[in-house]
Design a protein around this ligand. Structure first.
Ligand code: ADP
Ligand code: MG
Length: 307
């Protein structure tokens, strides 16, 4: 539900699928110095498929994938979906899992009855093994070191812009999964058009530095903020504002809400989550990042008419 929609140029804005919740912000869009985009699902399709995996010695690939799928079975994250689909694709049956926990911006954990799986500890407790799946941010929190050959696997995946998540069982890192997302066709033109308008383009993501840099290089993005925890996203908006810039933020997730609020112009894209929509000044309903460019141009055109 959108409590208040004010359109400055109703027919034009509506025709372009823009719902304007804050008229002042809409007027400010013409003066934006920088626009920050959330990466996943905004500049990329946000559909990850598992393309490769690696395990430590003594751990069977199918066992690792089934364990990971069990931990992810309660999560709605696209990483969870990809791992679930990969397990289904291999006709694996994930073991029972309980006590699920989502660790924001890092990963997920659960207790799993993994007796009978390769590579397990010998003295597994009755409540099951504690198993985690997550990215580099999770390994930092758990204080896990990455074995050499998994590090090489992760480095190579990162250079190919693939997202890597790790499987940690009873404190031991036992597998890594590489997932591929694809850049949206429209994103290239978005960056180009914003540059033509003299606007700095930045990207903000919880994903690893490798992946972020690969995507940014391909798109010609000026500024990259990677491995940012959900609670810190708004600080990156502030960082650019502290340089005296008028900053727009484009995002779709719950994670993005504080950053959308902090931005001078907060733009929610796609159906978005309710909270993202409620934190935004403008909602782009068509889930097309090119509408960000149209929004700036519409703001410029409307302002000229009002003078
Ligand atoms: P983004 O900022 O790119 O939208 P998120 O904040 O949702 O990403 O997640 C940031 C990182 O946290 C992911 O790249 C991944 O490493 C890890 N992560 C989050 N949720 C999960 C999950 N369900 N399974 C594994 N890893 C996850
Ligand atoms: Mg996101």
């Amino acid at each position: 539900a959108i409590p208040l929609v004010v359109a400055i140029n109703t027919s034009l804005a509506a025709r372009n699928g823009m719902l304007i919740r804050d008229r002042i912000a809409m007027e400010e869009a013409r003066n934006l110095d920088a626009i920050i985009f959330d990466k996943t699902g905004t500049l990329t399709e946000g559909e990850h498929g598992v393309v490769d995996m690696a395990t430590v010695d003594g751990v069977n690939e199918n066992d690792a994938l089934a364990l990971a799928a069990a931990v992810e079975s309660d999560s709605e994250h696209m990483i969870a979906r990809a791992i679930g689909e990969a397990a289904t694709g291999r006709e694996l049956t994930p073991p029972d899992a309980s006590d699920f926990e989502a660790i924001k911006g890092r990963g997920v954990r659960a207790n799993i009855d993994a007796s009978g799986f390769t590579g397990g500890p010998s003295n597994s407790s009755e409540s099951g093994d504690e198993v985690y799946v997550g990215g580099p941010n999770l390994l930092t929190q758990l204080d896990n070191e990455v074995p050499d050959h998994l590090q090489r696997f992760a480095d190579e995946a990162g250079q190919n812009a693939q997202t890597v998540v790790y499987l940690v069982r009873e404190g031991e890192l036992i597998a890594a999964f590489a997932m591929a997302d694809v850049i949206r066709d429209e994103s290239f033109r978005v960056v180009e058009s914003l540059h033509e308008l003299g606007i700095q383009v930045a990207m903000l993501t919880g994903d690893s530095q490798d992946v972020a840099t690969a995507v940014a290089d391909e798109l010609g993005i000026d500024t990259v903020f990677s491995e940012v925890l959900p609670g810190d996203k708004d600080k990156k908006v502030q960082e650019l504002q502290d340089q005296g810039k008028l900053v727009g933020m484009v995002g779709d997730g719950v994670n993005d809400a504080p950053a959308l609020t902090r931005a001078d112009v907060g733009i929610a894209i796609g159906s978005g989550t309710d909270i993202a929509v409620q934190s935004a000044d403008v909602i782009l309903v068509q889930n097309n990042p090119m509408d960000v460019v149209r929004l700036v141009k519409l703001s410029k055109a409307s302002y000229r008419k009002m003078q």
